[in-house]
Design a protein around this ligand. Sequence first.
Ligand SMILES: Nc1ncnc2c1ncn2[C@@H]1O[C@H](COP(=O)(O)OP(=O)(O)OP(=O)(O)O)[C@@H](O)[C@H]1O
Ligand SMILES: [Mg+2]
Length: 204
Amino acid sequence: MFITLEGPEGSGKTSHLPPLVEFLRERGYSVFPTREPGGTSIGEQIRAVIHDLKNAEMHPRTETLLYQAARAQIVEEVIKPRLARGEVVISDRYFDSTIAYQGYGHGQDLEQVRQLVRYATGGLMPDLTILLDIDVELGLQRKSRQQEWNRLEAYTVEFHQRVRAGYLELVRQEPHRWRVVDASQAWQVVQQTLRELVCQALKS
Ligand SMILES: Nc1ncnc2c1ncn2[C@@H]1O[C@H](COP(=O)(O)OP(=O)(O)OP(=O)(O)O)[C@@H](O)[C@H]1O
Ligand SMILES: [Mg+2]
């Protein structure tokens, strides 16, 4: 089973993944966590280029293509082989981030972006995608308490609002694949909900 966590900045994807993985392993599942962009040596190098604040002149098409390059590598090197061995792969972001950020956020042609995504993933779809939905300003506040901004986090609040609205539109288009969790709730409540949703999916 392939599960992806999505959501705007500061919604909790990265902080929820390790305890979720630990919980599932205790229950006997073979689980492999990964993150995008990155998750491979090549992907982490591309991640550094994407996130570097010095790359302020990066064009949205360049950004879109760099994400797909990292994605193609992680799909072939990590995700497909592990799924083939029967493992549960959980990814902190996957292609829906590209539709939301590079598509809706930057206002690029959605069908063109989807074509690139299909090329990069070879059509590999998640079985379940969980949206950690949060008010954009609350999410950005959480991040600002924690560390320095990366290049994407430094985009305007309006950009991030388009991203959030884009995610909600994706849920509307494909409700069977998505579950939405209100990420403004207390951390423990969100973690508990994630555990229940994933267990439900693994049992079905
Ligand atoms: N429900 C919550 N209540 C309070 N604080 C939270 C909650 N969820 C996450 N946080 C805190 O918010 C900060 C951002 O969370 P995290 O890095 O997991 O978000 P993220 O979705 O991975 O963000 P990004 O998209 O930028 O990578 C962290 O300091 C985290 O501990
Ligand atoms: Mg994160």
